[in-house]
Design a protein around this ligand. Sequence first.
Ligand code: FES
Length: 253
Amino acid sequence: GKVKITAGVVSQTCIATDIYSLILKAGEIVSQAVAGQFVSVYSKDGSRMLPRPISLCGIDKEAGTLRLVYRIAGKGTNEFSKLQAGDTVDILGPLGNGFMKESGKAILIGGGIGIPPMLQLAKELDCEKSIVLGYRDELFLNEEFEPYGSVYLSSEDGMHGTKGNVIDAIKACAVTGDIIYACGPTPMLRGIKQYAAEQNIRCEISLEEKMACGVGACLACVCQTKNVDEHSKVHNARICADGPVFYAEEVEL
Ligand code: FES
């Protein structure tokens, strides 16, 4: 189960504009964690601020460390970006349901700050993989995917890989597979859900972008699912508690 611990900072580096890679010593959480899960990271100013959910980019069971790659998006993440080796930070985890690993050739799709969790998934999946990464302009983490499969890039400005979005890259490069795993901004996931339905490919998506507190306290993450209760009312799911990974066909985007 989840535990709250005080984690030691091993290192932190800035890997792109406003994007940081934080390595934490977090033994008790590391031993249970799987790709697609996340931790909630607490501000030192804990009484006034809810924790921030950050997905796991790396889980190193041998070293007992977690790697979090996140973008500065407000006060909390700005505070985290100042952490240095030797500091400590309180974290709660592992949280949420990770990706369900299925058989068949996999297509891993990450967009923007949805890319980090796909790196741990690429390490855990023992199958043939195509990896499609979508960027606005500046690249990060892409080289780290290369040992795990064929990597295809898209960028909005066309400077890297296919000009356009991840679906444009999939079409341009004739990427095929039996199961899609995806994480990224909602418009991207909406496009992937539609593409997977058209192509009749199974599809798991992580809706982590919509989370706020990550611990069931704010209800900012509620989404509609196609499951209906006995009165045929719409069924709501909390992404942080019931996800963040869902089958695409199960959720309204
Ligand atoms: Fe706050 Fe789910 S993110 S309740």
